[in-house]
Design a protein around this ligand. Structure first.
Ligand SMILES: [Zn+2]
Length: 169
């Protein structure tokens, strides 16, 4: 047995945990190798020093207290995640939630289009001066007037029809 093997077996040798053949080989090497004897002495001394230290008894509640403390340290978003998870976990609510999500998505889309249209309108009107605006208002008024005329026209028609009915009867 060489030095490397002997040193690997040293602690087992000193614990008397080797089989007879290995124990004899280590003993034979130690008898003729001063370096490994010195290594064995160092190992023995460090074991003795460790033995002098008081053994520390672990607190029996240490582990359970550790897990209890760990459970208390939840991130701020944990309650939200739990709530959302429990919502989606109930199959009864799933269709409603899906519909709600769909409505929200469509709503956002519509809102974006409206905002875009409003923005385009605003940009178009931004180029107009006071005179143009007045003209525009006149156009709107004219359109409305046309509508009013059409209504009048319809009224007239009804009146004429009614009159015709009276005359023919
Ligand atoms: Zn040796």
């Amino acid at each position: 047995m060489d030095c490397k093997d002997t040193r690997n077996f040293l602690s087992l040798y000193m614990e008397d945990a080797l089989d007879e053949t290995a124990r004899e080989q280590v003993a034979a090497h130690l008898a003729c190798c001063a370096g490994c004897r010195r290594e064995a002495e160092i190992l023995l001394k460090s074991w003795e020093m460790l033995g002098e230290l008081d053994e520390i008894e672990p607190n029996p509640f240490y582990v359970s207290r550790f897990y209890a403390r760990l459970a208390q340290q939840r991130p701020w978003h944990a309650p939200w995640v739990d709530a959302i998870r429990s919502l989606f976990a109930s199959r009864r609510l799933l269709p409603a939630l899906t519909a709600l999500c769909l409505v929200a998505v469509i709503g956002i889309g519509v809102l974006q289009v409206q905002l875009k249209n409003h923005e385009q309108e605003r940009l178009a009107l931004a180029h107009l001066d006071g005179q143009d605006m007045e003209l525009l208002e006149w156009f709107e008024l004219a359109e409305n007037l046309e509508l009013i005329h059409e209504i009048d026209f319809l009224c007239d028609l009804e009146i004429i029809q009614a009159l015709d009915a009276v005359e023919t009867s």
